[in-house]
Write a protein that binds this ligand. Structure first.
Ligand SMILES: Cc1cc2nc3c(=O)[nH]c(=O)nc-3n(C[C@H](O)[C@H](O)[C@H](O)COP(=O)(O)O)c2cc1C
Length: 358
């Protein structure tokens, strides 16, 4: 599997999720079987590049290659500059966000709202490709199936993007209008795949090895991208890889192994965010990790009262040790994934960075 000239170890990708797929989480996904992981979106607004939030997002220290940065914005020149800025900071692939439905992004005509304005969408793609091509950096595009059920224009935009030099297209099988409701459909993804020569990645509601296999078969896609199902279950990538290779299910991870991965994640997380923000933003990852486990809800509530890294780490370690006494293997690991279709946070890099500095 290649994106432009860049070879990937497999075709299982971690989806960009603002507020989730920061560097520590991407690293963990890659370690546990993801062949590729896209950053949280980085705004094209220069005035926000020096904000703590954006500078954290543009920090790729120690990240396993290829480093892929998603950019979001509404102005072709600004998007081209954002691409160059992120390449200077280590990006090896630039992804254009035409998939995010968050309201504040859409009010600014970024994200999936761009699909409603095809000339502007294409202008942005052309400008970003022009900025990246001289530096040998492939450009990818992530989009939805269209704006609404009567306006499914993913195929038209994908063909235009391919002609403009885009190296891969990812399609989330929902319209912008759907938000995260209903189910993803894969016929539009299959139509895009059938029409394009560049790789196509299918995305939306993939939460099990069987679903991964079925989506690959139904769409003929070159790759699949997983978002919410990896929250609290980053080892889903290796579970899928094993199933696709052997037709058999990997056993759930040992409870103490899951504990070790979570503690490793927490330490990386604190190193990036510091104690105050780190403890608070780690709560969601811990919550996802325990939500489907016996006693997980009670632990989540208690954990939300802890205010220091030491206390958080100790509580997590003790809780998993006690669970391991009862369950050598992680119980309900599959239920955790099926329960994963939670609403996304309205994370917005365009507007709210000042409020989200902590
Ligand atoms: C919390 C959250 C944040 C997201 N942020 C982004 C983003 O920054 N850029 C983007 O293209 N998509 C974003 N998405 C959409 C995901 O990349 C993905 O397309 C969507 O969740 C469907 O895949 P899934 O069913 O595997 O979760 C986000 C989704 C969630 C749940």
């Amino acid at each position: 599997m290649f994106i432009g000239h860049i070879a990937l170890p497999n075709r299982l990708f971690a989806a960009p999720m603002a507020g989730v797929t920061d560097r520590p989480f991407r690293q963990l996904c890659k370690r546990l079987g993801a062949g590729y992981a896209v950053s949280e979106m980085v705004t094209s607004r220069k005035d926000l590049w020096t904000s703590l939030k954006t500078s954290r997002r543009a920090n790729h220290d120690g990240e396993v290659a290829p480093i892929s940065v998603q950019i979001a914005g509404t102005d072709a020149q600004m998007m081209a500059e954002a691409a160059a800025y992120n390449i200077d900071r280590g990006a090896q692939i630039i992804d254009i966000n035409m998939g995010c439905p968050a309201k504040k992004v859409c009010n600014k005509w970024a994200g999936s709202a761009l699909m409603q304005d095809e000339p502007l969408a294409l202008e942005i793609v052309e400008a970003v490709v022009a900025a990246c091509a001289p530096r040998n950096v492939p450009v990818t595009l992530k989009m939805r199936t269209g704006w609404c059920s009567t306006e499914r224009n993913a195929l038209r935009i994908a063909l235009a993007a391919e002609a403009a030099g885009v190296a891969m297209v990812t399609v989330h099988g929902r319209t912008r209008e759907q938000g995260y409701k209903g189910h993803a459909e894969y016929d539009t993804v299959a139509a895009v795949k059938a029409a394009l020569r560049i790789p196509v990645c299918a995305n939306g509601d993939i939460d099990s090895p069987e679903k991964a296999r079925d989506v690959l078969v139904q769409t003929g896609a070159d790759a699949i991208m997983i978002g919410r199902a990896a929250q609290g279950r980053p080892w889903i990538f290796r579970e899928i890889a094993h199933f696709l290779a052997t037709g058999e299910h990997l056993a759930p991870p040992a409870t103490l192994q899951a504990k070790a991965w979570l503690l490793e994640h927490l330490n990386d997380h604190y190193a990036l965010y510091g104690e105050y923000a780190g403890v608070r933003t780690a709560r969601k990852h811990i919550g996802w990790a325990v939500r489907a486990l016996p006693g997980g809800e009670e632990f989540r509530a208690r954990m939300n009262t802890l205010e220091s890294c030491d206390d958080q780490v100790r509580a997590v370690a003790d809780w998993f040790d006690a669970l391991a006494d009862e369950h050598r293997l992680l119980p309900h690991a599959v239920a955790a994934a099926n329960d994963s279709l939670i609403e996304p946070i309205d994370a917005d890099p365009m507007i709210s960075s000042a409020q989200q500095q902590a």
